[in-house]
Design a protein around this ligand. Sequence first.
Ligand SMILES: [Zn+2]
Ligand SMILES: [Zn+2]
Length: 261
Amino acid sequence: MIDTHAHIDFKEFDNDREEVVKRFFNGGGEKMINVGCTLESSKRSCELAKNNKNIFASAGIHPHDADTVNKNSLKIIEEIAMHYKTIAIGEIGLDFFKSTTSREIQIQAFRAQLELAENHKMPIIIHCRDAYNDLIDILKEYKTSDWKGVIHCYTASWEIAKEFLDLGFYIGFTGIVTYYKDKIENNDNKPEIYKTIDNMPLDRILIETDCPYLSPVPERGKRNEPIFVKNVAKKIAQIRKMSFKEIEKQTTENAVRLFNL
Ligand SMILES: [Zn+2]
Ligand SMILES: [Zn+2]
């Protein structure tokens, strides 16, 4: 079991970070990717990764902080990215839902970090909210690139997922998949995300927590932590009518392959 998207460097874990890490690795967790979203959190992610052989880091600036992307910050992100425990650039992307930074600035920051990933041939971790079409258009411009990466916390339709798959991306699912009333047997009432999961090629599915946010049921409302990624795997197994073990094994292999863990 691999949590491909955690933020245990956040202050929510200041009082019990070590116990949280132990709970994960003692409870069946194999590896964890701690994802940077600012300059500071990218540094902290790399520090966490240096201190635990099964924690890996990514470095990047989230669209919410796109206005902090400049020559200097990019240089530091690049330095962090060169550490052997940093395995991806991210989370980068576009968020037109509630971001205070303008679309133009977000797009510029996204492109600059895409180029960084391209130069160093690193996988990317993409955050996208209410901006799928713009994001796909930008990715298609770099078509010569053989993109490796994940669209994290995916909640949209199968049609859009298909476009990302065609570009070479993996799709990451969070606790959000557990938030729907079960109507798995009834095709007409299936939530869109269930249809996406149903159609997904098994070798492109990743599981993640995005902790401390998005706790899966039955932990919903509490602080999320990496061990709860098993609830995401359980739900996907239920939707796909497969065993937890099979989904666990498959998603672990996928994460190892994508991020070269
Ligand atoms: Zn995100
Ligand atoms: Zn995140």
